[in-house]
Design a protein around this ligand. Sequence first.
Ligand code: AMP
Length: 197
Amino acid sequence: MEKGEKRINLILFGPPGSGKGTQAKMLEEKFDLLQISTGDLFRYELGNNTPLGKKARTYMDKGQLVPDEVTVAMLKNKLEMHPHVKGYIFDGFPRTIPQSEALDELLKERGESVDSLISLVVDEEEIVKRLLERGKTSGRKDDANEEVIRERISVYKSETSPVYDYYDKQKLSQQISGVGDISDINGRLNSLISSLA
Ligand code: AMP
């Protein structure tokens, strides 16, 4: 990245199964940003059976959140490994208010901030349907069991949805529909993000 060039830091927000990962990958390429998915980072640790992976698994399998201090430490590490990118797309992070405060602090240390939180809106029954479908091929234990899916949605409502309001108070939150063609949703996101640059 060029000196003086403004970075862009986006949070892609929404319940599990709202399409954050799919869209983040498309945006990463188009806007030359780095996608940071804490779920993917945990699954990588889990796949390598590291102490962090073993710890995370106990929460992930139940559909609960990994504790904030563990998640924030992992995120901080990832940011430090990639300081020279044009910006970040946070996918599945922050998921609690303390995580939001930690992210703001980490960005502030670099003279930066969150530019926008974009929420993909999808209703609950559609999400359950999508996740059960994804579970047939994703190999993810937490997608295969309806009870765990419902728990993840309940955790989203109680612990994660306040993150939307947290950034809304700073006039940074926006919503778009996460239903329909992947390319149409991507088109909506592209124009929104282009208007930020
Ligand atoms: P995801 O792939 O984003 O659906 O995340 C899968 C699971 O990883 C979640 O159900 C949590 O157990 C864990 N996880 C991912 N991101 C976070 C986060 N920001 N805070 C706490 N736990 C997380």
